[in-house]
Ligand binder design. Structure first.
Ligand SMILES: [Zn+2]
Ligand SMILES: [Zn+2]
Length: 663
C-alpha cells in the first residue's frame, strides 16, 4: 500500500488506515471537523516524540498533551484535558500525524495510496483473535456460530459482513486489526459479531470479492408436509374462488400457517396469514381488498414452495423460508431517523410509506398509512402533500415524520418491516441530516459498494419480505444533467458519488405529486451541493437506478436541508416544464390481460369462470399474443382448455409473480 517507507508508519498501520469518516464513527463528525480546522489554521504547533514501540506523543502549543500508546488502539489514547471520551485533541493528533507521514514519505506531493482490498478471514488469524478478543466473547461467538449464520460479505479496503442471521453488521476499518472492528450492536469492540465475521469470511471462496455464506442449522432441511398443504390451499382457492369458499377454508389456511411457522418457514407462514386476511377483507367488502394482490401473493407462495422443496435454488434457503428473526418484535425505547417517503396508488387506495432507520440496530422500517379512494368518483384525488398532512404520530404529520426523527417508548416491528407505534409514547423532532452517522449497510460508502450489495440481492419472490430490502442511503458529490424527461414523464438526473461513479435517478411526475417533483427538480438544478440520496435502488444491466424518497443538500453555512420528492409542497424557483402530459402510468404491464384473468379466478374460481365463459378470455389471449408473450399465451390457452387440472393456473400465477419482480 505504499506505506512501508516510514518505520513508524509500519508500527502504527491503524493510524494510517483511519479515514476522517472512520474517526467520525468513533467520535462524531462535529469534533472531527473542528480538529481538521484546527490543524489547517496553522495557529497550533506540536512537538512530537515517537517511541520505538509505536508510542506517539504530541505536546501542543495550546497546553494539551496527547499520548497514543504503542500496541494499543486509539481508544487507549490519553489527553491532559479532562474529557473522558475521544476528544478533539486526540483526533487532531491523529490527523496531524497522518499529514506528517505523507509529508515525510513524499514531500506532500503524491496522492494517498489507492485502497487495497483485504480479507479478514485470512489476515485475522485465530492466534490474533486469541490475543485481541477476551475469552468470554470468543466463547459466545462459538455458541452463536453453532446456532447457524447467514452473512453477506464484501471484501474491500474496509471489508464488511452483514449478518441476516443472527443480525448486525460489522466493518473492518483497519487492516489486520479486529480491535477496530465496528459493529451495529452496542457491545464494546471487538464484539462477538466481529469474531463471527472473521469466521464467515473464511467460508467465502478466495476468488470472490463478495457473496453470501451460510453455515449450520439455518440451512437444514424442513418437513415438506406443511408446504404441500399450503399448495393445496391455493389450489382450492383457484378452483372455487373466494365467492364460493367458506370460513372453513380460511381456518385451514390459518392452521397451516401456524404449522409452517413452527417448521421455521416464516415467509410461507406469513403469506398464508395474508391470504386468510384477504378472505376476511373480501367477506367484509373492505375497500382494502384487491384480487390482483391476492393473485400475486398466491404466485409468490407457489414460487417459494417450489424453491424450498427443490432445495437447489440459487438463493440461500433461509432467505426463501424466512428466519427466526423474521417475526414480529416488541420494541423498547428507540430513536429513528426519517429517510423520506414514497406513495403508491391503486384503483381503490393511495398509500404513503415513511422510511425510518432504527439508530440502535440499523433496521429500516416503514410506517404506512393507506387512504381509501373511490374508483368511480369523478372528482380529482387529493394531492400527495395534502394526504401527507395526516397525523402519523401524536401531533406530527407524515411529512414531518419523513423528514424528522422519532423517539418512541415502545411499539412493534412486524415481520415485513413495518413500524407500528400503537399506544406507545412517541414524539417527532427535527433532525440535522447528519446522515454519515446512519448505520451500514443501509448507508453505503459509494455506488461501487451499492452495486456489490444489490448484486447479492435475490429477486423479490425469493428474498426477505421486508419492505425495505433494497432501501439504501448513499453519499453523493454532484448532480449532472437534471431535467424533466417528457418521454418517461419523470424528473431524471445523473448523480456522481465521491469516487466519481455515476447512478441514474428517476422520479415519476404526476398530477398529485406535482409540487414534490418540481421541488426536486428545482433543488437539483439550483447549484446547491447535494450530500445524500435515500431511496429504493436497483441495478438495470450495469447501471444503477435510484428511486429517491429523500435528497439532502447543503444549506446556509453548516445547515442542511432535505427534499421529499413525493411529499414536498412547493419549490421557490421551479423551472417550468415544457410539456404537461397526463398521468404518469404510461407503462402498462405486458401481462395486464393475464393479471385481469388471475384476479377473476381468485374471485370466481376456475370452475365458474370457465362455465360462464369469462368475457375477457378471448381478448386476454389475443392481447397477450399481440405483445409477443408466447409462453404466457400458451399457458392461458391451457388454462382455458383444461377441465379440473389446476397445474397450468398455478404456472400462470408463478409467471405473473416473477414478472412483477422483474418489472
Ligand atoms: Zn483532550
Ligand atoms: Zn456486534
Amino acid at each position: 500500500m505504499g506505506r512501508g517507507e516510514s518505520p513508524l508508519a509500519m508500527l502504527r498501520p491503524d493510524l494510517i488506515a483511519l479515514s476522517p469518516d472512520d474517526l467520525s464513527a468513533m467520535a462524531n463528525r462535529g469534533l472531527v471537523k473542528r480538529a481538521q480546522k484546527e490543524i489547517e489554521s496553522s495557529d497550533l504547533t506540536a512537538q512530537w516524540t515517537e517511541g520505538e514501540d509505536g508510542t506517539i506523543c504530541a505536546v501542543w502549543s495550546d497546553q494539551v498533551t496527547c499520548t497514543l500508546p504503542g500496541q494499543k488502539t486509539l481508544k487507549d489514547a490519553k489527553c491532559t484535558c479532562s474529557s473522558l471520551e475521544l476528544c478533539r485533541h486526540v483526533l487532531r493528533t491523529v490527523l496531524a500525524w497522518q499529514r506528517r507521514q505523507t509529508d515525510s514519505v513524499s514531500g506532500g506531493k503524491t496522492e494517498p495510496a489507492a485502497p487495497v482490498a483485504w480479507d479478514p478471514g485470512e489476515r485475522i488469524t485465530d492466534a490474533l483473535i486469541d490475543t485481541q478478543v477476551i475469552k468470554t466473547v470468543r466463547d459466545r461467538a462459538s455458541t452463536l456460530w453453532s446456532q447457524g449464520v447467514l452473512a453477506e460479505l464484501l471484501r474491500s479496503d474496509k471489508p464488511s459482513a452483514r449478518f441476516h442471521y443472527p443480525g448486525h453488521t460489522v466493518r473492518f476499518p483497519v487492516p489486520d486489526d479486529i480491535r477496530y472492528a465496528r459493529c451495529s450492536c452496542s457491545d464494546q469492540a471487538p464484539c462477538v459479531h466481529a469474531v463471527l465475521a472473521v469466521r464467515a469470511f473464511r467460508l467465502l471462496p478466495p476468488d470472490m470479492s463478495s457473496g453470501i455464506v451460510t453455515e449450520g442449522p439455518v440451512v437444514k432441511p424442513v418437513p415438506p408436509e406443511p408446504l404441500h398443504a399450503a399448495e393445496g390451499c391455493v389450489r382450492d382457492l383457484l378452483t372455487d374462488g373466494l365467492a364460493s369458499l367458506s370460513t372453513a377454508w380460511r381456518d385451514r389456511v390459518r392452521r397451516i400457517s401456524t404449522e409452517c411457522d413452527e417448521a421455521t418457514l416464516a415467509w410461507p407462514a406469513q403469506i398464508l396469514e395474508e391470504l386468510a386476511e384477504d378472505f376476511d377483507h373480501y367477506s367484509a367488502r373492505d375497500a382494502a381488498f384487491n384480487p390482483a394482490q391476492t393473485a400475486r401473493r398466491s404466485g409468490e407462495l407457489l414460487l417459494r414452495i417450489d424453491a424450498i422443496l427443490s432445495g437447489c435454488a440459487p438463493v440461500p434457503q433461509p432467505f426463501i423460508r424466512g428466519m427466526k428473526s423474521d417475526r414480529d418484535t416488541e420494541l423498547g425505547a428507540a430513536r429513528f431517523i426519517g429517510l423520506g417517503a414514497m406513495v403508491t396508488e391503486t384503483l381503490s387506495s393511495s398509500t404513503i410509506s415513511v422510511f425510518l432507520q432504527d439508530c440502535d440496530n440499523g433496521y429500516v422500517l416503514a410506517l404506512t398509512r393507506s387512504f381509501a379512494e373511490d374508483p368511480e368518483s369523478a372528482t380529482p384525488r387529493k394531492p400527495f402533500h395534502q394526504l401527507a398532512r395526516t397525523t402519523a404520530v401524536k401531533d406530527a404529520s407524515l411529512s414531518l415524520l419523513a423528514s424528522g426523527q422519532l423517539i418512541t417508548q415502545g411499539g412493534r416491528r412486524t415481520a415485513v418491516g413495518r413500524l407500528v407505534i400503537g399506544r406507545a409514547r412517541a414524539v417527532v423532532n427535527p433532525q440535522n441530516y447528519a446522515w454519515e452517522q446512519l448505520k451500514a449497510p443501509v448507508l453505503v460508502e459509494d455506488f461501487a459498494e451499492l452495486s456489490a450489495r444489490l448484486r447479492l440481492l435475490p429477486p423479490a419472490s425469493f428474498r426477505s419480505r421486508r419492505a425495505a430490502a433494497d432501501f439504501h442511503v448513499c453519499p453523493i458529490q454532484s448532480v449532472e444533467q437534471a431535467a424533466f424527461d417528457p418521454k418517461t414523464n419523470s424528473v431524471i438526473a445523473l448523480l456522481c458519488d465521491p469516487s466519481g461513479r455515476h447512478a441514474f435517478m428517476s422520479h415519476p411526475w404526476s398530477e398529485r405529486g406535482q409540487t414534490g417533483a418540481e421541488a426536486l427538480l428545482a433543488a437539483l438544478s439550483s447549484g446547491s451541493k447535494p450530500l445524500f440520496v435515500a431511496g429504493h435502488m436497483r441495478t438495470a444491466g450495469s447501471k444503477l437506478l435510484i428511486h429517491p424518497t429523500a435528497v439532502v443538500f447543503a444549506g446556509e453555512s453548516t445547515s442542511r436541508r432535505c427534499v421529499l420528492p413525493w411529499l414536498d409542497v412547493s419549490a421557490e424557483s421551479a423551472p417550468k416544464r415544457t410539456t404537461t402530459s397526463g398521468l404518469g402510468h404510461s407503462a402498462h404491464s405486458r401481462y395486464n390481460a393475464a393479471e385481469l384473468l388471475a384476479a377473476d379466478l381468485i374471485l370466481n374460481g376456475l370452475r365458474r369462470s370457465r362455465s360462464r365463459h369469462w368475457p375477457g378470455w378471448a381478448r386476454a389471449i389475443h392481447e397477450t399474443e399481440e405483445l409477443g408473450c408466447h409462453r404466457m399465451t400458451a399457458i392461458l390457452r391451457q388454462v382455458q382448455s383444461e377441465s379440473e387440472d389446476t397445474r397450468s393456473v398455478l404456472g400462470m400465477l408463478k409467471l405473473l409473480a416473477l414478472a412483477h419482480d422483474v418489472g
